[in-house]
Design a protein around this ligand. Structure first.
Ligand code: ADP
Ligand code: ZN
Length: 607
């Protein structure tokens, strides 16, 4: 009798119940069906194929584009006592040969392979001589040419079905939008597969968008206030900006490392390894960084510049808080970001159809930034999911966004754009509205216009905010031929004719404190708990160093937290905590009980 999924869940993984669709997916694969699994980052996709891999006879082949991370994934499985290996271009010929032999001798439960390796004739014929439990196609959205993770080899994965029609296949992704999903089904020949769609909500992530004044200062304030010692990722658009921000944060005493495609491969590798293996490292990166980073304790993801689409934004912010503990998605956003992205779009060489898609995506991104209602509702709505109630865990919910009737101001702004000839930027337009006698105004004779000085009821910041919202709402567009001058669009007619009104959000000053203190693992209140937490982390780091693996491969933060809260006194008690299966209990149980005992002695507490 093979063990049941329940038994494996508790004895190998140390968890006592399945999440969401996990159990149904596992059953479906055990019965030989194909599955399409759509689950957000951190939802628990891996178990969906790992458990059937342990139950079905033969080896499960996991296709993954993330060569750099295969080692850690496999190491994490070995720590659980699972017979796993990987094959990719980083392995020496000898080592690869050894693994191929293990495969033929049926000594493996799971093998991770890069797609280009899998598709070689050599490997396919090896598979033909091996007993196969299933195929798992991870990061399945890589077949989509619209996404930024497009991998041409993924298109050829249909060969798996053609050659091994009887082996069940499971495609998994955290990218949810409808076009991508359709493309996965079509390109991978999964028409017969059963789709399992989970809610894409990540309730533990707090979304926050702040109007940009000085992005770097605002970032610094956010980090000092909320994440002084936490690991996180800061995303920037350009390499130059990445270098600059990493230097700035380092000067401010943070451990911040740059990551972008322009760095030599060995430095990128080194920085990624430090991010995974040390505590509290901040990665400052372009979007080149992050796919498949399954570091569970990333406490924040910050965007200093506007991402190109909500898909990208959701994927990037999704890297925060995989362990389910509170995490932040924080972004600064200003008019300059809109202009930069519109410029990139205009300069793009892509064909018109593609550009049209990009434009729509940018508009959705702007809509999210300017939203005056719950951000999570906007985000999930974009992915076709309806959240009936406001979430209570985004900036708009926590501090309702005050709005003001901007109809009059908008008319003045639009008329000022018109009368100055639709070729000037925000600074000049604001100067005209405020009636400032600058050199430029004099040389163009703009002090003679009827709009000169008609806007003194607002200050410079408020006019900036109004112009940004007019651009975001599509009433003004940025004239890219004329270095960012603003032009009217046909959208503004109803407003100018007095047929509609417009409401602006009142951009508030950056907040000093958060509305609710977060219960971050590092935020234990009393010194006793805090000391114990530190001792446990130190022990974990020591074990991780000895074996050359990331600390979370030993125990997740969530598991350490359970140790602090429950203070088990025996192996039996310890074994009941989540994340401690038989193998880890045996390998590390005594060591951690000893840390707990020593701590109790020092603090003389019995609880
Ligand atoms: P994904 O690949 O979907 O991003 P993972 O498979 O890495 O997510 O799982 C995210 C985290 O959740 C991991 O730490 C994993 O051990 C944990 N996890 C998965 N399933 C369960 C479960 N049923 N009970 C408790 N923790 C789980
Ligand atoms: Zn909300």
């Amino acid at each position: 009798m093979p063990p049941s999924p329940d038994q494996i869940l508790s004895s190998v993984f140390g968890y006592d119940s399945f999440r969401g669709h996990q159990e149904a997916i596992i059953q479906h694969l055990l019965n030989g069906g194909d599955a399409l699994v759509l689950m957000p980052t951190g939802g628990g996709k891996s178990l969906c194929y790992q458990i059937p891999a342990l139950i079905r006879p033969g080896v499960a082949v996991v296709v993954s584009p993330l060569i750099a991370l295969m080692r850690d994934q496999v190491e994490a499985l070995r720590q659980l006592g699972v017979r796993a290996a990987y094959l990719n271009s980083t392995l020496e010929w000898e080592a690869a040969r050894r693994i191929e032999n293990q495969l033929l001798r049926e000594e493996l439960d799971l093998i991770y392979v890069a797609p280009e390796r899998l598709l070689t004739e050599g490997f396919l014929s090896l598979l033909a001589r091996t007993r196969l439990a299933l195929f798992a196609i991870d990061e399945a959205h890589c077949v989509s040419q619209w996404g930024h993770d497009f991998r041409p080899e993924y298109r050829q994965l249909t060969v798996l079905h053609e050659r091994f029609p009887e082996v069940p296949r499971c495609a998994l992704t955290a990218t949810a939008d409808e076009p991508t999903r359709r493309e996965i089904v079509e390109r991978l020949g999964l028409e017969q597969a059963k789709a399992f769609t989970s809610s894409f909500d990540r309730p533990n992530i707090r979304y926050q968008v702040v109007p940009k004044q000085n992005g770097r200062r605002q970032l610094l304030g956010f980090l000092k206030r909320e994440h002084p010692t936490d690991a996180g990722i800061v995303y920037c658009l350009s390499r130059k900006r990445v270098e600059e921000i990493a230097r700035f944060l380092s000067e401010q005493g943070f451990t911040a490392l740059p990551y972008h495609a322009g760095l030599p491969a060995d430095r990128r590798q080194e920085h990624q390894a430090r991010f995974l293996q040390e505590d509290g490292v901040i990665m400052v990166a372009t979007v080149a960084f992050g796919m498949g980073i399954d570091k569970p304790d990333v406490r924040f993801v910050a965007h200093l510049e506007l991402p190109k689409s909500l898909e990208g934004y959701y994927q990037e912010t999704g890297r925060a808080g995989r362990d389910g503990l509170p995490a932040d998605a924080w972004m600064t956003y200003g008019l300059a970001d809109v202009i930069t992205l519109r410029q990139l779009l205009a300069a793009s060489q892509a064909e018109e159809r593609h550009r049209h898609v990009e434009r729509i995506k940018l508009e959705a991104m702007l809509g999210y930034c300017e939203s005056t209602s719950c951000r999570r509702q906007v985000l999930l709505g974009y992915f076709g999911e309806r959240l009936p109630q406001p979430c209570g865990n985004c900036d708009v919910c926590l501090e309702p966004m005050p709005t003001w009737d901007g109809t009059e101001a908008a008319r003045k702004a639009l008329s000022c754009v018109y009368r100055t000839g639709q070729r000037f930027g925000v600074q000049h337009l604001t100067d005209v509205l405020l009636g400032r006698m600058t050199d430029r105004i004099q040389s163009f004779g703009h002090h003679k216009l009827s709009t000169f000085g008609i806007g003194t009821e607002l200050d410079e910041g408020q006019w900036r905010s109004a112009f940004r919202q007019l651009v975001a709402a599509g009433l003004l567009t940025v004239d890219l031929e004329r270095r960012g001058g603003l032009r009217l669009t046909s959208e503004c007619r109803p407003l100018l004719r007095g047929e509609t009104t417009i409401h602006f959000r009142r951009d508030s000053a950056p907040k000093k404190t958060r509305a609710q203190p977060s219960s971050l693992p590092s935020g234990f209140e009393d010194p006793d708990t805090q000391t114990l937490w530190e001792s446990l982390r130190a022990q974990r780091l020591k074990l991780a160093r000895e074996q050359g693996v990331p600390p979370y491969v030993i125990f997740h933060d969530a598991t350490l937290r359970e140790l602090v809260v429950n203070r088990p006194r025996s192996l039996a008690e310890l074994g009941c905590l989540p994340g401690i299966g038989e193998r880890k209990l045996e390998a590390y149980g005594r060591i951690f009980l000893e840390v707990l005992r020593a701590h109790k002695e020092r603090w003389g507490r019995s609880s």
